[in-house]
Design a protein around this ligand. Structure first.
Ligand code: FES
Length: 154
């Protein structure tokens, strides 16, 4: 298929990547830009492993065509720590609360958790669970994930 070059602002930096019409955003990030922190689980919008922020809103990057993200601001897990390497507060809270085991779902969980607080859906544990329900964890770390979100909220 015909490729074209799009521009994405990834973690604050303008990046150019060649994509086909059906290339998904997660493919553009992983294969085109080498940002493999964003994971592919189901590849059909069911698991949340591919969650990133696009213009501040969380999205499933496996369901988003790269061409639809032309010019957008994308935040991936690689953009969370500060340039000196200090963890984002949500990353630190996940570590402190043992909010992962295998870690595969963790980048998506953390981006969703940040959006949960920024969008004001972290008032209590039930609301956090509801907001985070699209991010599956096969290790069952859910209680610890909720604890991490509550720690950052407070
Ligand atoms: Fe995108 Fe599962 S890989 S939701």
């Amino acid at each position: 298929a015909e490729t074209r070059t799009i521009e994405l602002i990834v973690n604050g930096t303008p990046r150019h990547v060649a994509v086909a019409p059906r290339t998904t955003l997660v493919e553009a990030l992983r294969d085109g830009l080498g940002l493999v922190g964003t994971k592919i689980g189901c590849n059909q919008g069911q698991c949340g492993a591919c969650t990133v922020l696009m213009d501040g809103a969380r999205i499933n990057s496996c369901l988003t065509l790269a061409v639809m993200a032309q010019g957008a601001e994308i935040v991936t897990v690689e953009g969370l720590a500060d340039p000196e390497g200090a963890l984002h507060p949500m990353q630190a809270a996940f570590a402190e609360n043992d909010a992962f085991q295998c870690g595969y779902c963790t980048p998506g969980q953390i981006l969703s958790a940040i959006a949960c607080i920024e969008e004001g859906h972290a008032r209590d544990a039930d609301e956090i669970r509801e907001y985070m329900s699209g991010n599956l964890c096969r290790c069952g770390a859910y209680p610890n994930i909720v604890a991490a979100v509550e720690q950052v909220r407070d």
